[in-house]
Design a protein around this ligand. Structure first.
Ligand code: GPP
Ligand code: MG
Length: 295
């Protein structure tokens, strides 16, 4: 196995796409007069280092459970992650995670105070999600951690340009993130149950958890319709109908894939559209910056 691939399995950059989307949407919504190319660059470094920190900490604390993974429904086969195979030592992984944390916080410090606070909190959630109190193994807390992390990184994205939205937008982001996260937790159900992780679907049962998804979806759709009506931002006007339609599509696909015993949804159902929209948003941000410089 090549050295680079070992680090790919440790850092899992493809899985970062889940959080890149809310970050890029935040950057995009904030983009305007105050946006600076250098700050967008630094913020992206801070984002990537936060993800690196969170995933390396996750690999360290999941070392004993990941070895039982069957390789399905994930971005990588976790049983081949380098702490399980011994290719990277725990000590080395700890050093990588610590350096990632330092880079994430230091680059955030160079941007502004609100961005720094958001990144400190995001890194803190990344830590307690996997390390004791290990919220990933506590019902509801696992969903709250992921939804809170997505909302925080969304806020962080906007704060790069010192743009701040009304509370409903953060709430809409939180509920949306929970709606998208829950099915991924249900598809992990068999594995999590096997290794003794008390995630939301393990605690409530996968069927009940999937049923709750309808309620989450209704709230998501209502909140994004409200956001669409109340916001004057063109980008929000464009994104909210897309979000509403994709939420309905996603929830209906997920429910059709449930076979009464387990859920198999391809991670690409999230990763592909999230990656595409993130790329478009970065291009949009560059256009805004260059128009500003030119004009
Ligand atoms: C992997 O968790 C997910 C993360 C490390 C990201 C969480 C980051 C936050 C800031 C909340 P997992 O162990 O539950 O899933 P997997 O089985 O894919 O490793
Ligand atoms: Mg893990």
């Amino acid at each position: 196995m090549s050295g680079l691939y070992t680090y790919y399995l440790l850092l899992r950059p493809v899985a970062w796409i889940c959080f890149l989307l809310p970050f890029a949407v935040g950057l995009g919504i904030g983009a305007g007069e105050k946006t600076e190319l250098f700050k967008v660059f630094l913020a992206t470094i801070s984002f990537a280092s936060w993800m690196s920190f969170s995933f390396v900490v996750n690999a360290i604390y999941d070392k004993e459970v990941d070895k039982y993974h069957d390789g399905r429904t994930k971005d990588v086969d976790l049983s081949k992650q380098p702490l399980v195979t011994g290719e990277i030592s725990v000590k080395k992984a700890q050093i990588i995670s610590f350096l990632s944390l330092l880079v994430s916080i230091f680059s955030a410090y160079l941007i502004n105070q609100n961005f720094l606070i958001a990144m400190i909190l995001a890194n803190f959630i990344g830590l307690i999600y996997s390390a004791p109190p290990r919220l990933k193994s506590k019902p509801i807390a696992d969903v709250v951690c992921n939804a809170a992390a997505a909302s925080l990184i969304f806020y962080a994205g906007m704060s790069v340009s010192e743009y701040y939205a009304s509370i409903e937008l953060y709430l809409a982001a939180f509920i949306l993130a929970a709606t998208f996260y829950i099915p991924t937790a249900v598809s992990d159900f068999e594995f999590d149950k096997l290794v003794g992780l008390k995630t939301t679907p393990v605690f409530f049962g996968p069927e009940k958890t999937l049923k709750s998804l309808y309620i989450f979806a209704v709230f998501t759709v209502l909140l994004w319709i409200h956001v669409f009506i109340s916001s004057e931002k063109l980008l929000i006007k464009i994104l909210s109908p897309l979000i509403t339609v994709y939420t309905i599509f996603y929830v209906s696909v997920v429910n059709r894939r449930w076979n009464g015993r387990f859920l198999r949804v391809s991670p690409n159902l999230i990763l592909a559209p999230f990656a595409l929209i993130s790329i478009i948003l970065y291009l949009y941000i560059f256009v805004i910056i260059f128009l500003k410089v030119g004009g």
